[in-house]
Ligand binder design. Sequence first.
Ligand code: GTP
Length: 199
Amino acid sequence: MEATIKVVLLGDSSVGKTSIVTRLKSGKFLAKHAATIGAAFITKTIEVPSNGASAEKRIHMEIWDTAGQERYKSLVPMYYRDANIALLVFELGSVSSLQCAKTWFQDLQDRAQGTQVILVGNKYDLVCEEHSGELAIPAELQGLPYVAVSAKTGYNFDALNKIIISLVPENQFKILPKDNEQGNILEINKERSGGGCIC
Ligand code: GTP
């Protein structure tokens, strides 16, 4: 069974959105990224850990990494429209990036009520453990699923994946036709269309 979901990353410039996407996609960290222009699109499929009794499940994520720079701000709503999940990213230790996350959250509440939000504090490697919780999360963002991660070290990406999985409703998983079944459907369509183009 597979579910396809649209995921969008929102947040201030340089908080590490592209680095989080790179870590999610390939498990790697690239020290230097050019600032995102407009938005970038990648896909990633994750396996849902099975408890043995249930059928194997996968989540196919269509991920939009948006640009944090002010000049691209007006484009961002185009990318979060219809998103199932938004990763609202801020930098641990940066009050201004948390304020920016709050603004995006208000935007989502106004224009994308169906989107589920995960608050992601990035760059955990730069704050020591006892200071990681010191940044006061604004009241508006409290109650959201929250995870502190480091795109650099990979810290807590398992937890992030778990939260994403937990937000995909059961009824979104569809049974995929087996390859040969899909082949049969194409054959039938071909016959119906007189053997020509089936587009
Ligand atoms: P925009 O494209 O401008 O919106 O930026 P962004 O949010 O996509 O940030 P990006 O991933 O480009 O990262 C910005 C800088 O932060 C880069 O120099 C990264 O190497 C660095 N960075 C990202 N994640 C981490 C992290 O977890 N730890 C540390 N130490 N640096 C990080």
